[in-house]
Design a protein around this ligand. Structure first.
Ligand SMILES: Cc1ncc(COP(=O)(O)O)c(C=O)c1O
Length: 437
């Protein structure tokens, strides 16, 4: 959603010629002349090929927790790679990363490493199926759990008129190529609705292997669970013998050092982690109860990968998690997140614009609405998305980069500064004034 300059345009033509839409992930394409072409990055800033600087609130869709090109993390990687990067065996960084995850995340007893969030949710779901001997998976509307066939259903982009009645939702297939037969294995449900979920489980609860949930809807503006909702999920999963999976690919190591387990005080059976655990390096993990995780040991559930637990990614995660354990990361992230939230609320109040803030300080969404949408269905219809787009377009064209449509949350890193927050609020207010005309 930027306006590419001459050099960025030239470069992006090269990209368009060799890779579909010039990007390595569909979501990154904003248009032939609107897609960001990054030339450099440092701390909380990115720079394009024309020398424009942006305060970066995308942070690569959330993984950059400390800051771009952080020296402490990069130094750990540099030291590690001179001793080899891939082995048919176990190496010291992977063990250290598992130990740090177990130390940080309440109730995680064992961990397996992976490279991406997609891999983790795929393995976690297989593990749940292997553990329970059941095939059905229940996911919530508006959640994204990665790119594999089992979870590409009723994600954020699904059209409202094709997801069925609220009380009888039908899964919407978000990609061609996902086999139709998989629909029989997927149940979708509106978020935050105890009644509908209870009805579904009363009918099919004993066939369901797992309920997979984003503890905060990080792909739908950071919508929060209603008070006690996760406690309810825990209870109802226990009642039906269902494995509760917290997909913490966005919330893990971002909303609190111990992620959603710590933030909400609820212990799922398995959690999946990725993004923030490696400050941008491709590393992921899933972990939980030993009894379930050991099904990967001698229990007959397969997990594997040539690059899982490789030296580059685990060295980066080792340094990132060490910084989190030091206590310094969250005091800074929370300070700047809260500064921005307070500033946004104050500006909106002065201009008589209703606003609600969803999520946590390190990952928050802004909704121009009278009250917080309860779920993805309300998120689609209640907020004034035209206003979000107008305000964010102004900000982006003036060096501050949230997601252009406003559905994705703002992500804050440790290296964002007071000056970044102040500049962001100035641009935000200018955008509001301009949009009001
Ligand atoms: C909650 C959640 N789960 C899973 C994934 C997939 O992770 P990855 O893109 O690393 O495969 C994402 C990606 O945004 C995510 O937000």
């Amino acid at each position: 959603m930027i306006k590419q300059g001459t050099k960025s345009k030239e470069f992006f033509k090269r990209a368009m010629a060799v890779t579909p839409n010039g990007v390595s992930s569909n979501y990154r394409f904003y248009g032939e002349e609107e897609t960001v072409v990054v030339a450099d990055a440092k701390g909380g800033h990115i720079f394009d090929h024309d020398g424009n600087r942006y305060i970066d609130y995308r942070l690569g869709w959330g993984p950059v927790l400390i800051g771009h090109a952080n020296e402490f993390v990069n130094q750990r990687v540099k030291e590690a790679i001179d001793h080899g990067v891939s082995f048919a065996g176990t190496q010291k960084y992977e063990v250290s990363v598992c130990e740090r995850i177990i130390d940080l995340c309440p109730g995680v007893e064992m961990v397996r490493l992976a490279n991406t969030g997609t891999e983790c949710t795929m393995h976690a779901l297989r593990l749940a199926r292997g553990h329970t001997g059941r095939d059905l998976i229940l996911k919530f509307e508006g959640s994204y759990h990665g790119a594999h066939d089992n979870v590409m259903w009723s994600t954020q982009g699904a059209p409202l008129d094709q997801v069925g009645n609220r009380r009888r939702p039908t899964p919407y297939k978000n990609s061609l190529g996902v086999p139709k037969v998989i629909e029989d294995l997927i149940i979708t449900c509106p978020w935050n609705d105890e009644e509908v979920l209870s009805e579904i489980l009363a009918e099919r609860g004993e066939e369901i292997a797992a309920i997979i949930v984003e503890p905060i809807l990080g792909n739908s503006n950071g919508l929060l669970p209603a008070e006690g909702y996760h406690q309810f999920l825990r209870k109802i999963c226990d009642e039906y013998g269902i494995v509760l999976i917290f997909d913490e690919v966005k919330t893990g190591f971002r909303i609190a050092p111990g992620g959603a387990r710590e933030f909400f005080g609820v212990t799922p059976d398995i959690s999946t982690y990725a993004k923030a655990m490696g400050n941008g390096y491709p590393v992921a993990a899933f972990g939980g109860k030993k009894e379930i995780m050991m099904k990967l040991g001698y229990g007959g559930v397969f997990q594997g990968g040539t690059y899982t637990g490789n030296v580059v990614s685990t060295a980066a995660a080792d340094a990132t998690l060490e910084l989190i354990q030091s206590g310094e990361v969250f005091s800074k992230i929370n300070k700047h997140g809260l500064m921005l939230q307070a500033g946004i609320k104050e500006i909106c109040a002065r201009h008589s614009i209703p606003v609600v803030i969803n999520g946590a300080p390190g990952m928050f969404g802004v909704c121009f609405a009278d009250e917080a949408p309860k779920d993805w269905r309300e998120l689609k219809t209640k907020p004034n998305w035209g206003l979000s787009t107008a305000v964010y377009q102004h900000m982006i064209h003036n060096g501050v980069m949230p997601e252009g449509g406003g559905v994705e949350p703002f992500f804050i890193c440790m290296e964002h500064t007071d000056a970044d927050a102040e500049e962001t609020l100035v641009r935000f207010e200018e955008g509001i004034v301009k949009a009001k005309g």
